[in-house]
Design a protein around this ligand. Structure first.
Ligand code: PGA
Length: 265
């Protein structure tokens, strides 16, 4: 794991945006794995600004989101489809036909959505870069604690903790869906590169358990320890409980020196 500790959430967003710029420059038709929630919004604002400054284009890109509520109308402002349109898709040049979420179409059997989504991801060549947030309980996507570490896209029942964390987005508790369809942990692990973003002290325990604890379905993000190419972008507060923090800073310093030497050669 490449653990990068930055001063604040602005720097986390800037670092993340630079990874997108590099990928879309090298591979304009990249397949991007996207996340919703509060954390990636600053990153998406950066990407929109970069697009406005003609520093990147999504014209040829394809996107797959991690999850969507089950039984929500895509036009509902609280659907993740609406979130993505608002926070990224509509302000940039992406072709909406190339944007996918694990949505259950009218009349479709919800049990068929997962296998169909997995097949669609495979047919597009797999995900090049997957963005992840992390829940306070260590979930990635909606893979709640005890999710199988080899799970695939499927229906999940949200924990009471997750429902409480997201209640603020809904006008009334009755309107909040309790089921979601989420990419599984194995689906996430198939991505060629993974970038996990965490900001704020609320995430510090989940970050510590997932990076420095044992691999366990009780902390689903700990599965990322088994992936070869993971970058973890943290602000100071989210990194505050890491025991090996000095080491991570030291590693980044060494890397920077190596890059500077190579740049100067
Ligand atoms: P947040 O959610 O970005 O809104 O904190 C992250 C998550 O639950 O995965």
């Amino acid at each position: 794991m490449d653990i990068v500790i930055l001063k604040d959430s602005d720097q986390v967003a800037a670092y993340g945006a630079a990874l997108f710029r590099r990928l879309l420059h090298d591979k304009p038709d990249a397949v991007l794995g996207l996340a919703t929630g509060g954390t990636p919004i600053a990153l998406y604002r950066r990407l929109i600004a970069d697009y406005s400054d003609a520093m990147l284009s999504f014209r040829e890109a394809t996107t797959f989101n991690l999850d969507e509520y089950l039984g929500i109308d895509p036009r509902d402002p609280q659907s993740y489809r609406s979130y993505m349109r608002r926070e990224l898709f509509d302000p940039v040049d992406i072709d909406i036909a190339n944007t996918f979420l694990p949505e259950c179409a009218a009349g479709e059997n919800p049990l068929d959505v997962g296998p169909r989504y997995e097949q669609l991801i495979r047919s597009k060549g797999g995900i090049d870069l997957q963005i992840l947030g992390i829940g306070q309980n260590g979930h990635i996507g909606f893979n709640e604690p005890t999710s199988s570490l080899v799970s695939r896209t499927r229906i999940k029942t949200l924990t009471r903790e997750t429902l409480a964390a997201n209640r603020r987005y809904f006008d009334a508790p009755a309107l909040q869906p309790q089921l979601a369809i989420t990419m599984g942990i194995a689906s996430i692990m198939d991505a060629r590169d993974i970038v996990l973003l965490a900001t704020g002290s609320r995430k510090a325990d989940a970050v510590r358990q997932s990076i420095e604890g044992p691999v366990s379905s009780m902390w689903p993000a700990s599965a990322l320890q088994m992936h070869e190419r993971v970058t973890v972008l943290l602000d100071d507060a989210a990194a505050s409980q890491l025991a090996q923090r000095d080491y991570y800073d030291w590693v980044q310093q060494q890397k920077q020196e190596l890059l500077n030497e190579r740049g100067g050669a």
